[in-house]
Design a protein around this ligand. Structure first.
Ligand code: GLU
Length: 186
């Protein structure tokens, strides 16, 4: 079963997310990844690797990275092979995304996205949802509206956490899949 961990706050979110993913390892997974907003580069950074969390940590080693907003994922593949490309997060333009679950109408939506000019590069249903977000952003007055429109287009049980570089916000949305949000006052 896959795991999602995300953090937004004043501490180093990258460390908090990696620790969270470590704690979810017992559930089983085939790949892992994180995406965060890099202050130095003023952009979304993304690292992901097939296999154990140690593989991801190896890629991250050798440089001190800090961010106040980060999303992370351990994948249990349902759509597409186990490889680096299909691992989460998925990113396009201003958005990175992680997903737990299955988009049942993935095939139909891929056709729709092709006609709308969005090319899905991985084999995952997750990137299909990302494509919907990108397309719907153009006709929405807010990012939340784009998320809401996109979520209504998909069938099946899913939880997503979405990191938006432009608004520096995390958005979580779910149907029939577990996802818990917490807030601390420290
Ligand atoms: N369906 C998605 C995939 O195959 C998410 C799987 C999961 O819940 O880890 O990448």
């Amino acid at each position: 079963m896959c795991g999602i961990v995300a953090h937004l706050g004043t501490e180093n979110s990258i460390e908090i997310v990696l620790e969270g993913l470590k704690r979810l390892e017992y559930r089983g997974y085939d790949s892992s990844g994180i995406s965060f907003l890099s202050h130095e580069k003023k952009d979304l950074e993304l690292f992901k690797r097939e296999g154990k969390l140690e593989n991801l940590k190896e890629v991250l080693s050798g440089e001190d990275r800090e961010s106040e907003v980060c999303i992370g994922h351990t994948r249990w593949a349902t759509h597409g092979k186990v490889n680096d490309i299909n691992a989460h997060p998925h990113r396009f333009d201003n958005i990175s995304i992680v997903h737990n679950g299955i988009v049942e109408n993935d095939g139909d939506l891929r056709n729709y996205l092709r006609e709308s000019g969005f090319e899905v590069k991985s084999e995952t249903d997750t990137e299909t949802f990302l494509g919907l977000l990108i397309v719907n952003q153009k006709s929405s007055s807010s990012f939340l509206e784009a998320v809401s429109k996109s979520f209504k287009q998909i069938e099946g049980n899913s939880a997503f956490v979405i990191l938006n570089k432009d608004t520096e916000e995390l958005v979580a949305v779910k149907r029939g899949a577990p996802l818990v949000c917490g807030e601390t006052n420290d």
